[in-house]
Design a protein around this ligand. Structure first.
Ligand code: NAD
Ligand code: DAU
Length: 343
């Protein structure tokens, strides 16, 4: 049976990969893709889908209640991933994070609930993040984030996402809404905005610039290929228990220094290209996900994240798509870079 999903934030990194993945693999799904096209939203990420019969792009803001109501009315379920997504930007200015990540999420919940009396309950999936759990210590490799780990967000970004999680939880508890939440670890792959560490470092090296490594470089992230994340979102959307949370992760922990050295090796550059810079304020030490629930309940397994092949493939994508990131790295990006890293 055919179905229509509303995708929010579908011109960003994960959203565009999700749109491409669904158009390629799910002939039964039509996507309505709404995105405000902020600095990280880019229609070039959706190139080739312009005339796709099962993909419709609409420029719009998730805080626009009337628009959300119209679009939710036209769909059977919502995949909500529109957000301000970069920790460093949230440290510079938290306001857009509060407005979009919290306000936008509540707008979607409110409009979906109002419609449910006439059209029946429509599932809303919130794409959240492992950052809501805070940080794990480096000297306890046995500790992983589980779905019942208490939330302890440390950055304005993480706090805004944790707030959205709590609003989704409340919508289920108070109104019985059909909601599900996913909390994923760090993604990598094509079309990632080059403020994030992997595309930033790869593109800097192509430009002949050094790579700015924060602090001692020993912070650990759990890396997952973006298409593995997209597959997991589909599993949870279609099979998740109403009101539940599902962790998603690659069991692929790497320190930033290890990641940086791998990228330098792949690019044929040495350690002299590392520029040690001041640490990120409040920098979370380690993220690591226990994804056993989604594996056991929904049969999800990552198939695209094996290291180092997945990193090799991603580095190759940025090498082959220089026009894409060079256009992104002009304009607003330059002002951000100067503010974040100095001249
Ligand atoms: P991104 O910054 O690349 O994309 C975000 C998209 O949201 C952009 O296209 C932007 O234009 C859009 N957007 C922002 N504000 C909007 C608004 N008010 N209305 C409509 N659209 C708006 O981010 P991403 O890395 O693709 O992350 C997508 C989602 O996944 C976010 O919710 C993020 O918290 C979550 N997430 C990301 C990762 C990761 O590693 N990148 C991991 C776990 C979860
Ligand atoms: O864990 C999921 C989260 O992963 C998502 O919720 C966020 O939206 C996404 O941005 C990402 O957050 P991080 O802060 O982990 O990603 P980022 O790429 O910014 O940084 C990854 C690590 O690299 C982190 O420890 C900081 C470090 N870093 C980052 C930058 C940009 C550097 O050392 N230098 C840099 O210039």
């Amino acid at each position: 049976m055919s179905t229509t999903w509303l995708l929010t934030g579908g011109a960003g990194f994960i959203g565009a990969n999700f749109a491409r993945f669904i158009c390629e693999t799910r002939p039964d799904v039509t996507l309505i893709n709404v995105d405000a096209l902020t600095y990280s939203g880019n229609l070039e990420n959706l190139a080739g889908l312009e005339n796709h019969p099962r993909h419709e792009f609409i420029k719009g803001d998730v805080r626009d209640a009337q628009l959300m109501r119209e679009l939710i009315d036209r769909c059977d379920a919502v995949v909500h991933m529109a957000a301000e997504s970069h920790v460093d930007r949230s440290i510079m200015d938290s306001k857009p994070f509060i407005d979009t990540n919290i306000g936008g999420t509540q707008t979607i919940l409110d409009e979906a609930r109002k419609l449910s009396s006439t059209t029946g309950s429509k599932r809303v999936l919130l794409v959240s993040t492992d950052e809501v759990y805070g940080a794990l210590p480096l000297d306890r490799p046995d500790l992983l984030f589980r779905e019942d780990t208490p939330l302890a967000p440390n950055s304005p970004y993480a706090a805004s996402k944790a707030s959205a999680d709590m609003l989704v939880r409340a919508a289920h508890h108070t109104f019985g809404m059909d909601v599900v939440t996913t909390r994923c670890s760090n993604n990598f792959g094509p079309y990632q905005f080059p403020e994030k560490v992997i595309p930033l470092f790869v593109t800097n090296l192509i430009e002949g610039r050094k790579v700015p490594l924060y602090g001692d470089g020993l912070n650990v992230r759990d890396w997952l290929h973006v298409i593995d994340h997209c597959e997991a979102i589909v599993r949870v959307l279609e099979g998740g228990t109403p009101g539940d949370v599902y962790n998603i992760g690659g069991n692929n922990e790497r320190s930033n220094l290890e990641l940086t050295k791998s990228i330098l090796d792949l690019m044929g550059r040495g350690d002299d290209m590392i520029q040690h810079v001041a640490d990120r304020p409040g920098h979370d030490r380690r993220y690591a996900i226990d994804a056993s629930k989604i594996k056991a309940e929904l049969g999800w397994e990552p198939t695209r994240s094996a290291w180092p092949d997945a990193l090799v493939e991603t580095v190759a994508w940025y090498r082959e798509n220089e026009g894409w990131w060079r256009r992104v790295k002009s304009g607003e990006y330059r002002a951000f870079y100067a503010r974040q890293y100095g001249a």
